[in-house]
Design a binder for this molecule. Structure first.
Ligand code: IPM
Ligand code: MG
Length: 362
């Protein structure tokens, strides 16, 4: 099969982890006889430096025509001036919005051999297999108005957290559909005791829940959810929540796996590609890690398993996706660790070494 994949390395460790995932995709091509046309485009800070824009028109056009997009990370101290008119993150947010990717799937499944890498007690991690479905194109990330103004000689700044019924309904519905193929439980997370947008969220979520009597439904306030996530992580199946709460909860959830470097994500919408599958955007949940960028020691696993999700969701290649995930699992079981996963005294591999180990196992 032929597929067209756009690679967006971005900033910081982005190019290193995308190169790793690219070698894994090349191994899949060879082994399964596919042809992946992979082309790189600029996004984020790298795009700002080259073109003045975080999401150049050429990049967006390529992504709109691709079967799937794989992204590394955007952002870094170089572009962090709070007064800057253009920011790297606008590239990623613009891409999500323009591609209509309203649902971000972030699966959290700790690997048995990495339990000791997590700060949580191993007995708490037993049986953890959760999926966070984060709303991705609405909420406070996109609400208008937003901005800064001077009032009585003082600056103030404001954002708007806004959700429409439809925006809530489509993402909550997807969460229920996904739960049906899993352990049949959905936890909706909001802040309905304080926020109007959350009260609407909760109301719509309850309506959707009534269409799925076979799926257990639970609601949690986000502050409580942060606690339950580390006191009873195994009790969750699918968690569905707003854009900002999902951003925060998934960084927290990622350490259940030992390192946020392990966590993949898939962003999906209604648009389909030439194969009739969702034209998704796949990215690790971690950031650009400027402190270690260029050292060749970044953990590429989150991006490699994001590529596995790409194979599964956008190309319909389930066996190939499993082969990549199994290769990662086997490499970890064989004791291969990047520095973020190694415990003191354990030997650690650099990005190229762990990637080679995984490539050989595909
Ligand atoms: C993420 C990231 C992004 C987000 C940033 C880089 C804009 O933290 O994908 O979780 O906040 O969505
Ligand atoms: Mg985040």
């Amino acid at each position: 099969m032929k597929a067209n994949i756009v690679l967006l390395p971005g900033d910081g460790i982005g190019p290193e982890v995308v190169a790793a995932a690219q070698s894994v995709l090349e191994a899949v091509e060879k082994k399964y006889g596919h042809i992946f046309e992979m082309s790189e485009y600029l996004i984020g800070g790298a795009a700002i430096d080259a073109t003045g824009q975080a999401l150049p028109a050429e990049t967006l056009a390529a992504c709109q025509q691709a079967d799937a997009v794989l992204l590394g990370a955007v952002g870094g101290p170089k572009w962090d001036d709070p007064a800057a008119a253009v920011r790297p993150e606008q590239g990623l947010l613009g891409l999500r919005k323009n591609l209509g990717l309203f649902a971000n799937l972030r699966p959290v499944v700790p690997q048995a051999d990495l339990l000791s890498a997590s700060p949580l007690r191993p007995d708490l991690l037993d049986g953890v297999d959760l999926l966070v479905v984060r709303e991705l194109t609405g909420g406070i990330y996109f609400g208008e108005p937003r901005g800064r103004r001077e009032v009585n000689g003082q600056w103030e700044a404001f954002d708007t957290m806004l959700y429409s019924e439809n925006e809530v309904r489509r993402v909550v519905r997807l969460a229920f559909e996904l739960a049906r193929g899993r352990r049949k439980k959905v936890t909706s997370v909001d802040k309905a005791n304080v926020l109007d947008s959350s009260r609407l969220w909760r109301q719509v979520a309850a309506q959707v829940a009534s269409e799925y009597p076979d799926v257990e439904f639970e609601v949690l306030l986000v502050d409580a959810a942060t606690m339950h996530l580390i006191t009873r992580p195994a009790s969750f199946d699918v968690m569905v929540t707003t854009n900002m709460f999902g951003d925060i909860l998934t960084d927290e959830a990622s350490v259940l796996t030992g390192s946020m470097g392990n966590l993949p994500s898939a962003s999906l919408g209604e648009d389909t590609n030439r194969l009739g599958k969702p034209r998704g955007l796949y990215e690790p949940i971690h950031g650009s890690a400027p402190d270690i960028a260029g050292e060749g020691i970044a953990n590429p696993i989150g991006t490699i398993v994001s590529a596995a999700m790409l194979l599964r969701h956008s190309l319909g290649m389930e066996p190939e996706a499993r082969a990549v995930e199994n290769a990662v699992d086997t490499a970890i079981r064989a004791g291969h660790r990047t520095i973020d996963l190694a415990r003191s005294g354990e030997k650690s591999l650099n990005t190229a070494m762990i990637t080679d180990a995984i490539v050989k196992l595909v």
